[in-house]
Design a protein around this ligand. Structure first.
Ligand SMILES: *[C@@H]1O[C@H](CO)[C@@H](O)[C@H](O)[C@H]1NC(C)=O
Ligand SMILES: *[C@@H]1O[C@H](CO)[C@@H](O)[C@H](O)[C@H]1NC(C)=O
Ligand SMILES: *[C@@H]1O[C@H](CO)[C@@H](O)[C@H](O)[C@H]1NC(C)=O
Length: 395
């Protein structure tokens, strides 16, 4: 029980943003499954197991299709699968990358990072999401106005259910209609809320931050404050800023059971309740691609091959769209842009900030102050996250 509460609190699951207010999605197709089709009635009369009949019919069909297409199969093989893939999709893996040498991959990421850096500064824009414009009547949201108050020169946008869907359609339907479909039909809205932040930061850049966060220091000071710890690093070297959510590398102090019971998959974890980046960053593109591919694979394994048939446990959610996958994607990116394997120990005990490639990692205290376990104190915090109470005093 307790670990569940911690996990939920930690993840902001108790935030109404994440509450499944579209629970009806869960059972959307159950009526379909119950209704029996004329075909199944017919098969029932014949007393043939439906599955066997279907397999036999499918095989026959495939055989007919095979012979029918025989003359054109060699051409199909020559043109290859890439000719069939949609070439303009933003969120797809590049098969060529699989065969690249690490040094080639590194060179490519460095070039991409340079392009991102040259094409835009960090946009002065703050993004938050909520289902309607009327904010929830809850003490935890009284902090929202701090973002506008402390950052008067930054544009502020609250995406509601309606405007968020419009945003996703306008920005991605042309290139990646499947992303739009996922966003609209995810059976749990937490999945959509996760996906939305990656889409917004990828396309528009700026600061995404959950509704229950409070600005403690004007955003315009964040970069300089952080770079005082890194002599020689310039703001122009940095394209994305990532906060530490967890840093419990000491196995004596934190057992494997502790880590698992608290809902973590590794001894370090990166924050995804706040993300700050220039637009077009490869980490966001990879994250969205990875979410899309894994959900597609999950759907293919369901009985009805439909998104509404997905049944994700809380850990599945952490893994599919949440911080587990986010952390892995970032680690992989850092390995590639550094051209070596960066061990998780290198993310431990960050004081102020640390840089890998074009990614700036902030100490826990900056974006996640007051976590006793990760040793993050509250001095010099950039922001506070307010679903934190039950973590306090938690050793
Ligand atoms: C970087 O930008 C240039 C100019 O737009 C482009 O030709 C090149 O393909 C980009 N590099 C990468 C790795 O995306
Ligand atoms: C997305 O694009 C497709 C094809 O271009 C179009 O048929 C569809 O209506 C669009 N969807 C939305 C929600 O605009
Ligand atoms: C790990 O934790 C133990 C127990 O709290 C402590 O005695 C030890 O010094 C710690 N090790 C390091 C490297 O901090």
């Amino acid at each position: 029980m307790l670990p569940d509460i911690r996990k939920d609190v930690f993840r902001g699951l108790s935030s109404p943003v994440y509450r499944s207010y579209h629970d009806e999605y869960d059972d959307k197709d159950s009526s379909l499954k119950r209704s029996s089709s004329p075909l199944s009635n017919f098969l029932g009369i014949l007393r043939l197991p439906r599955r066997h009949t279907a397999v036999a019919a499918l095989n026959t069909l495939l055989l007919i299709l095979f012979f029918y297409n025989l003359p054109s199969i060699p051409t199909f093989l020559r043109s290859g699968p890439s000719a069939m893939a949609k070439s303009n999709a933003l969120f797809s893996s590049n098969p060529a990358e699989l065969t690249m040498l690490p040094s080639e991959r590194q060179a490519r990421l460095i070039e991409k990072a340079r392009n991102v850096s040259a094409s835009s500064p960090f946009p002065k824009k703050i993004w938050q999401t909520w289902k309607t414009i009327a904010l929830p009547d809850d003490d935890n949201y009284k902090f929202t106005s701090s973002w506008q108050k402390k950052n008067p020169t930054h544009e502020y946008e609250l995406l509601t259910d309606a405007t968020a869907e419009r945003y996703v359609i306008d920005n991605f339907n042309e290139t990646d209609p499947y992303i739009v479909e996922l966003y609209r039909t995810f059976p749990k809205r937490i999945l959509a809320a996760d996906l939305l932040r990656y889409l917004v930061v990828y396309r528009s850049g700026g600061l995404y931050t959950d509704l229950d966060t409070e600005c403690k220091m004007p955003i315009d000071r964040w970069m300089d404050e952080s770079l005082t710890h890194l002599p020689g690093v310039e703001a122009s070297d940095i394209n994305v800023v990532i906060g530490m959510e967890l840093d419990v590398l000491n196995r004596t102090r934190w057992s494997d059971d502790w880590v698992r019971n608290c809902g973590f998959s590794q001894r370090i974890q990166f924050i995804q309740w706040t993300i700050w980046a220039r637009p077009g960053h490869e980490i966001l593109r990879r994250m969205i691609t990875s979410v899309q591919e894994t959900v597609r694979a999950d759907i293919a394994l369901t009985s009805t091959k439909t998104i509404s048939a997905l049944r994700y446990t809380p850990n599945d959610i952490l893994d599919r769209t949440g911080p587990w996958r986010w952390t892995r994607v970032i680690q992989r990116y850092v390995d590639e842009i550094e051209g070596r394997t960066v061990s998780i120990e290198e993310f431990g005990d960050i004081r102020g900030a640390r840089r890998f490639g074009d990614v700036l990692f902030l100490s826990g205290g900056r974006w996640s102050p007051g976590l006793a376990h990760s040793g993050s104190d509250q001095t010099d915090s950039f922001l506070a996250h307010h679903f934190r109470g039950s973590w306090k005093g938690d050793k």
